[in-house]
Design a protein around this ligand. Structure first.
Ligand code: SF4
Length: 630
């Protein structure tokens, strides 16, 4: 009997409505662990590079890990992956909440979905059983209505549900997947892949218990972790003010993306910051399975124009920047309302903000005009334009139909120089951090497999001065300068990406885990040992992180990505216009050298392809790319 995991993965074919259970052995789990590892393995094994992301041959994976659902703060995330309709390459997006643990308690570690249903359906999973059910009555509903109705349909108020809104049904390229209206698999368009498969939702209810190899040890680590969360300053801050607490520091430091990355400081930042948030829209805190950090914000406002309901999720830092500074909007209720509408409609707020910022800059430059908008202004700062475009995009109406493609494809369609204002990496709009102020994160945006992903990389600013001690166990001893770009920074990113990647492999919340928050590497390894019973080590886990990263890289290479895709946005090669970072930029030729240095550190060739030696070293010799006969 395995500990920590079930040894079972549900495989569903929606085309012929068959369901099978795959039973996998310890060796498989100890190789791929969960999240990013399982998704990489399934995509490289089962998805041809030329499949249509919205066709029946794309495979959608929901993956927990060998430790998901253990009674420890932050051991609750699951990841969704597939070939992305937004980037055309590797997709992976994580969310916390309660759904992942519930799937484990229902007897499964992951779900693999292929095919396309002939009619709208949902999947209902409960205690080792799964059914494909008719979702005709759910199609067209927003995410809140779907949650309410599906719980009534299955007569199970404790069901945990992931679902898509109208944006996913309409195949918006950056449609997201949500659970409990507070947790979002936001990035890479997994809501569109669900929509294309006619899969409206997956409901789960499990009454089983996770078997733990050493329950007393897990309990002891849990007590230690909760006590440390109470005294660890970053966790205290998250509990008190949540991620909106980042707004002031990021703006003061000069890397708060403003007006589509034209500036690094926003004159209205104070009106978006934590104090204003608390004074105007804050209602209460939310949390996830077993978590005592409780960083989630709920908002409420009795307002005719921007009514806010505490059930529909409050904006995090990323959404505040996406709908606030990026669009030069300092009206917090408007920002929170746009976030609420995205949550209900099922749109990724980061990409939606990036797309609207692109449209506003095109409008500023006469590339999009009032003829395209039916007479509406899209000027920066116009909150009405924001809320209007959110609805148009989700419905794929008018200009919204073009913008629903994401900035890369929208710019190609619009033409007339629109590409100059279309900021994406590998086709995905960027997380809201200006890389000129965090050069390691800039490398992560360029080199992460999904492109522009702020969950791929460590944030440089946390590792200045004494802060580097958090990475001492990974061999990084010297403090870093957040802005400076040199070989030492490439090493920092190379190592830091692996430290951060542990969370994507094991499904841990970054805000409870290593390297910034309350967990330590030593205690984390002890936790994995106590949960699984494996005599594992930091080495074995980091090996798993690298294996996952290489699988994602191999998949992207098969999809046609080249070193030219490992780059930054045009604006970051230009000098920052304002603030403390005024004049700072990445130098293009030097940046290419740093990317090449990363390839060399990683055991990749000059085309960014992992060498056969690297594939064999990671036990990936089953990949065709490792063939010794070529
Ligand atoms: S820190 Fe926040 S996001 Fe992470 S598990 Fe806790 S409540 Fe959820």
């Amino acid at each position: 009997m395995p500990h920590g995991y079930n040894g079972k993965i549900l495989a569903v074919n929606l085309s012929d409505e068959t369901i099978e259970v795959r039973e996998l052995d310890e060796r498989w789990y100890r190789t791929y662990f969960g999240g990013s590892g399982i998704i990489g393995k399934i995509l490289c094994d089962e998805v041809a590079a030329d499949v249509d992301p919205l066709g029946p041959d794309n495979v959608l994976v929901f993956a927990c890990s060998v430790v998901t659902g253990a009674p420890l703060a932050g051991f609750n995330r699951y990841a969704i992956g597939a070939k992305s309709p937004l980037t055309g390459g590797f997709a992976r997006t994580e969310a916390a909440g309660f759904w992942g643990p519930e799937l484990k308690f229902a007897g499964f570690d992951a779900i693999i979905i292929r095919g396309t249903a002939a009619r709208p359906v949902y999947l209902w999973i409960t205690d080792g059983e799964a059914q494909i059910r008719d979702a005709a009555g759910l199609w067209g509903l927003d995410n809140w209505q779907t949650l309410e109705q599906l719980k009534a349909d299955v007569a199970e108020p404790k069901a945990r549900i992931v679902s898509i809104g109208p944006a996913g049904e309409n195949l918006v390229s950056y449609a997201c997947v949500q659970t409990d209206l507070e947790h979002f698999n936001g990035r890479t368009g997994m809501g569109a892949v669900m929509g294309a498969k006619n899969l409206k939702a997956i409901g789960v209810r499990g009454t089983g218990k996770l078997s733990l190899a050493d329950p007393d040890k897990v309990k002891e680590i849990g007590t230690w972790h909760r006590e440390r969360i109470k005294t660890h300053p970053p966790n205290i801050g998250l509990h008190k003010v949540g991620t909106p607490g980042l707004v002031k520091g990021v703006n003061d430091a000069g890397f708060f993306p403003t007006r589509n990355f034209q500036q690094g400081q926003f004159e209205g930042a104070q009106k978006l910051a934590a104090d204003a948030y608390h004074d105007t829209i804050f209602d209460s805190r939310g949390t996830c399975f077993q978590c005592t950090v409780a960083c989630k914000r709920r908002v409420a406002l009795d307002d005719e124009t921007y009514p806010l309901d505490k059930r529909f999720g409050g904006p995090e830092y990323e959404s505040i920047a996406a709908f606030g500074s990026m669009l030069a909007i300092d009206d917090l209720p408007a920002v929170a309302y746009a976030n609420q509408r995205c949550n209900l409609l099922g749109l990724d707020t980061i990409s939606t903000g990036g797309v609207i910022a692109f449209a506003m800059e095109c409008f500023e430059n006469g590339i999009i005009t009032t003829e395209d908008t039916g007479g509406k202004s899209l000027a920066f700062g116009d909150a009405e334009a924001l809320t209007w475009l959110v609805e148009e995009i989700a419905a794929k109406r008018g200009l919204g139909e073009v913008l629903a493609m994401g900035v890369k494809q929208a710019a190609a369609k619009i033409g007339n120089g629109a590409e100059r204002y279309a900021f994406h990496i590998k086709g995905q709009e960027l997380g809201l951090h200006d890389g000129r102020g965090k050069s390691g994160m800039g490398l992560g945006f360029a080199l992460g497999p999904t492109g522009g992903d702020h969950i791929e990389t460590p944030h440089d600013v946390a590792f200045q001065g004494e802060g580097i001690s958090k990475l001492n166990p990974m061999g990084l001893l010297d403090p870093i300068d957040p802005v400076k770009m040199d070989g030492a920074k490439v090493r920092f990113f190379y190592v830091g990406q692996k430290a951060w990647g542990i969370n994507n492999l094991l499904g841990l919340c970054n805000f409870c885990s290593v390297p910034i928050h309350a967990m330590t590497f030593t205690r984390l390894v002890e936790a994995v040992q106590a949960i699984t019973g494996w005599e594992t080590s930091l080495y074995e886990i980091v090996d798993g992180v690298e294996r996952a990263n290489v699988l994602a890289r191999v998949f992207n290479n098969r999809c046609g990505f080249t070193p030219d895709d490992d780059t930054l946005i045009r604006r970051w090669f230009e000098k920052m216009a304002d603030g403390p970072l005024k004049g700072v930029r990445f130098e293009p030729d030097q940046f290419r050298q740093w990317v090449n240095l990363y390839y060399e550190m990683s055991g990749w060739d000059s085309d960014g392809r992992p060498t056969r030696g690297k594939l064999f070293q990671l036990g990936l010799d089953w990949l065709p790319e490792a063939s010794l006969s070529v």
